[in-house]
Ligand binder design. Sequence first.
Ligand SMILES: [Zn+2]
Ligand SMILES: [Zn+2]
Length: 106
Amino acid sequence: MGKIICRIHGDSGLSLVCSHLRSSVLAGSPVGEYQKWECYVGNSSMPQLCCSQCLDRLYAAGLPPSGFVCNSDEDDEMLERIFETVGGQAEPVCNRCLTSAIGAQV
Ligand SMILES: [Zn+2]
Ligand SMILES: [Zn+2]
């Protein structure tokens, strides 16, 4: 899992979220509704959180509901195409800020 420098928490773990969740987290406002899907890379998985509108669009663009398995460059490109179709890449936020915004451990 990557690292991020948070203006509140300093050196912190990183979580990937959609731009909508990210703006709520950065604004310090609570996030009411969110959905989680997994991106599996090798033996590890990276949870990604997004709002239900974004998740619907990701599924419509071809994201498998069971999560995305990324084992090759082609998989990588496919995921990029899905995000391009949806019009927004998952963006990094501090996972401690995210935890307090959603009121739960991710
Ligand atoms: Zn969203
Ligand atoms: Zn933080």
